[in-house]
Design a protein around this ligand. Structure first.
Ligand code: 5AD
Ligand code: SF4
Length: 448
């Protein structure tokens, strides 16, 4: 008897790294149901759009993508189309109503039920699951694809989900639910498994990752303790974590940046605004000065740390003076990297009904903020030229003979190198800086 021909699964991932991690786990879950991944939607028997609801534009993209997929379904009646992720959670029934081509809608907390839902869909029914079940979905999902399959040198590992902060603009507490931390033993086992598969850098993920408080046998662990324990795994060389809230930057986590060599000197710590009035209206529960004081302590622990942030411009009620305070904060911090967005009202969030700043004012402020942030980023990039940095080589680049890697500060570094060096940390002399990448050359052995 021959094995049935594997069905093909195409997943398109939108939004944050947590979705990237979830897509891998869903791919693993559906492998058991006879699916193997494909890079081509045309060849697929199942297409999943793993969606993001954080800003209006992100949600709109899902509906236009569904529109584009409709003809594929007309050409192949066996094709099944599913929507997962935060848009699925927030608008599940609406999606089903608006898009009859959609067979399956699954929210982020129900992914472990995918194999059952897939069977239902194969049998010709439509399926919707946006519940928040009590069980930990990750315990019920098989490990990311294949027994001991080799992996890329870097991996994401979700340790915490959900958020209890309720910033007035944000849908996360509604789409991902309350804060929940995975037990440290499970995370350590998953990390060891990743390292056995060739992973040398792990990025710990959570919507509020530094609020991590996973239940250990001797009480709850902090993120700092988890990182300390992970650092003890032989073969794991780099640890990162994202995204953090300023108010959860505990002393032990700050200290860890000066004590744990494997913890990389890069911190993404969103502030959103530099105006105390707006921070209050956003329900951020910290001030601009409080945020800067935290950065001072982090810099005292790790002077070379690269800082990254998120900003929202044009939050309801933001005046030119408030916006100036944001620019001033940026001048003080000098971010190595930053992400800035125009405020967009999200249905169901506290700020959604408030009077909006005119669109052209939002656009103009975004433009000014991004010009300043780009200048600081360019200065940070330029300061690397002439330095020798340890670079983790990840994959071949676009040019022949080229490899792409990452500096400790998360900068992409392009350099000529043997592809066999993938997964190795090499010493690279930085020769040139672009806004979003560096060029380097292999330095003498042992210089890293
Ligand atoms: N409008 C604009 N930006 C938002 N973000 C979150 N919600 C909104 C919104 N309603 C931004 C924040 C957050 C990042 C992930 O997305 O800056 O840190
Ligand atoms: Fe959203 Fe605020 Fe929670 Fe971040 S901390 S996920 S911005 S509610």
């Amino acid at each position: 008897m021959t094995a049935p021909k594997p069905k093909k699964l195409f997943i398109k991932t939108y939004g944050c790294q947590m979705n990237v991690y979830d897509s891998e786990r869903m791919s693993g879950a559906l492998e058991a149901a006879g699916y193997e991944p494909t890079d081509s939607p045309d060849a697929a028997d199942m297409i999943l759009l793993n969606t993001c609801h954080i800003r209006e534009k992100a949600a709109e993209k899902v509906y236009s993508e569904l529109g584009r997929l409709k003809p594929l379904k007309a050409a192949n009646p066996d094709l099944r189309i599913g929507v997962t992720g935060c848009v699925a959670q927030a608008e599940g029934e609406e999606i089903m109503r608006r898009q009859p081509a959609v067979d399956l809608v699954v929210g982020p907390q129900a992914y472990h039920r995918l194999p059952d839902l897939e069977a239902k869909v194969r049998a010709g029914q439509r399926a919707l699951d946006t519940e928040f079940p009590q069980e930990d979905k990750f315990d019920h999902l098989p490990p990311a694809r294949g027994p001991k399959a080799r992996r890329a040198p870097t991996a994401f590992l979700t340790v915490q989900e959900g958020c209890d902060k309720f910033c007035a603009f944000c849908v996360v507490p509604y789409t991902r639910g309350a804060e929940a931390s995975r037990p440290p033993a499970r995370i350590l086992a998953e990390a060891r498994d990743l390292v056995e598969r060739g992973v040398v850098e792990i990025t710990l993920l959570g919507q509020n990752v530094n609020a991590y408080h996973g239940p250990g046998e001797d009480g709850d662990w902090t993120l700092a303790r988890l990182i300390r324990e992970l650092a003890g795994i032989d073969g794991l060389q780099r640890i990162r974590f994202t995204t953090s809230h300023p108010n959860d930057m505990g002393e032990d986590l700050i200290a860890a940046h000066g004590q744990i060599a494997k913890l990389m000197p890069y911190l993404h710590l969103p502030v959103q605004s530099g105006s105390d009035r707006i921070l209050k209206a956003m329900n951020r529960k910290h001030t601009a000065a409080g945020y800067l004081a935290i950065l001072d302590r982090i810099r005292a622990a790790r002077p070379d740390i690269a800082l990254s942030g998120d900003f929202i411009v044009g939050f309801p009620g933001e005046t030119e003076e408030d916006f100036q305070a944001t620019l001033e904060l940026c001048e003080k911090v000098r971010y190595a990297q930053a992400y800035s967005f125009k405020y967009s009202a999200r249905p169901g969030t506290p700020a959604a009904g408030r009077e909006e700043v005119p669109e052209e004012v939002k656009s103009e402020r975004l433009h000014r903020l991004q010009a300043l942030l780009s200048r600081h980023q360019a200065e940070f990039q330029q300061a690397m030229v002439g330095r020798t940095l340890p670079v983790l080589l990840e994959k071949p680049g676009r040019m022949p003979g080229q490899m792409v890697g990452r500096s400790p500060f998360l900068q992409a570094v392009h350099m000529q190198a043997d592809p066999a060096l993938a997964g190795r940390i090499v010493a690279a002399r930085i020769t040139a800086a672009e806004p979003n990448s560096l060029a380097g050359a292999l330095a003498d052995a042992g210089a890293a």
